[in-house]
Design a protein around this ligand. Structure first.
Ligand code: GN1
Ligand code: MG
Length: 366
């Protein structure tokens, strides 16, 4: 079924005038839809959720309903006295009152409100932008920090469990395709070596959970700068979007993921590897913004593991891209032949830059 027919299943008034591909997600198909009436226009975001990545897409909607209801309620109060109007998209129901639409082939489609007058960027723009990204993530985590984890579904099993990606790598390495790719590419062999040298480090957070030092909390799962909206009128962060991966996890995965994105000015798709580095000024700005809100729920153990979080997330994402490259690009959408390999190289370069700046980063953390 095509996106236009699906768009009409949602409860929006007026006539459908446009359905355009939207955003740059690596997983789902996203469209911006416009409906018009005689006197107004309504735009919303329509998405088809990829079933090979999210085996139970209805869990996403269950979590999203829970989280957005809590956040909308709290934001009504907070916005009375905050330095900005915090926003959060809402689910637009189908014409028969459901939170999603299942098409004939069983794919889940959902519609969410468009946050107008706000933009997001693929790459970090400035220290002010990094500060806003930190502020938005800290505010969001603080808002959801008292939601009990046992009321949330796991939408992706083993998401951000770093050793599980080592397992995926090991499984891929056993295939003839992976062996052939490795034989023909020195870059691929370099990637593998960088990961192998850090195999033990991959267990850091699983060990901290097992020992009881770090506890599960509700997390966003994908807080890269492209998912942080900035108000075009004020330049302030207004909300975090892409609520697909909300589930119990460690806030450290969110921090590391946001930082690997907000402190790499060259971006995830950098062509020239030499342009990739970890910018400690951007980190310092991000951290200041983040702590404005996060200090309300942070524990001593949370502080203790911050540097490891910053170091492990680019390693984990590099490992994920690399394992997918060796498996024949089955998970992330790719735009050219060695896209996943190039993405992996960028993340691993960033990780090396983080390692070489460890003392500066620790100084910022304090
Ligand atoms: C994927 O599709 P998108 O862009 O929202 C991925 C994230 C990665 C990100 C890297 C469910 O997110 O974990 O950090 O690509 N999402 C999933 O750009 O795996
Ligand atoms: Mg996402």
């Amino acid at each position: 079924m095509n996106a236009s027919l699906i768009a009409k299943q949602f409860d929006v008034s007026g006539r459908l005038v446009a359905v355009e591909p939207f955003g740059s997600g690596n997983i789902n198909d996203t469209y911006r839809v416009t409906f018009r009436t005689t006197f107004s226009e309504e735009r919303f975001i329509l998405q088809r959720v990829r079933r090979n990545v999210f085996p139970h897409p209805e869990y996403i909607m269950e979590n999203m309903r829970k989280i957005t209801d809590v956040c909308h309620r709290k934001l009504e109060d907070i916005n009375e006295s905050s330095d900005r109007i915090w926003q959060m998209p809402k689910i637009i129901p189908t014409r028969d009152g459901k939170d999603f639409y299942l098409d004939a082939s069983g794919d889940l489609w959902r519609a969410i409100s468009n946050i107008a007058s706000a933009v997001s960027y693929e790459k970090v723009q400035s220290p002010d932008h990094a500060y806003e990204a930190g502020t938005v993530l800290g505010c969001f985590q603080n808002l959801i920090s008292d939601i009990p984890c046992d009321g949330l579904k796991y939408v992706i099993e083993n998401f951000h469990i770093t050793p599980s990606y080592l397992d995926q790598l090991d499984a891929a390495l056993k295939t003839p395709l992976a062996q052939e790719l490795l034989e023909h590419s020195r870059e691929a062999r370099n990637c593998l070596a960088l990961i192998e040298e850090r195999r033990d480090f991959c267990y850091t957070f699983e060990n901290a959970k097992k020992s009881g030092e770090l506890k599960l909390r509700p997390t966003h799962g994908d807080p890269k700068v492209a998912n942080i909206l900035i108000d075009t009128a004020t330049g302030k962060g207004t909300c975090i979007v892409d609520l697909d991966t909300i589930q119990p996890g460690l806030v450290h995965a969110d921090i590391g993921d946001a930082v690997r994105s907000a402190c790499n000015p060259a971006g995830e798709d950098a062509i020239d590897l030499h342009s990739v580095f970890f910018d400690t000024d951007l980190f310092s700005a991000f951290y200041r913004g983040y702590m404005r809100h996060a200090k309300k729920f942070f524990t001593d153990a949370d502080y203790k593991y911050l540097f490891d979080a910053v170091r492990i997330l680019p390693l984990e994402l590099g490992l994920r891209f690399f394992a997918d490259y060796l498996a024949g690009d089955v998970y992330f959408k790719t735009r050219y032949k060695e896209h996943n390999l190039k993405r992996a190289l960028v993340q691993l370069r960033l990780m090396e830059s983080i390692e070489s700046r460890e003392s500066q980063i620790r100084k910022v953390i304090g």
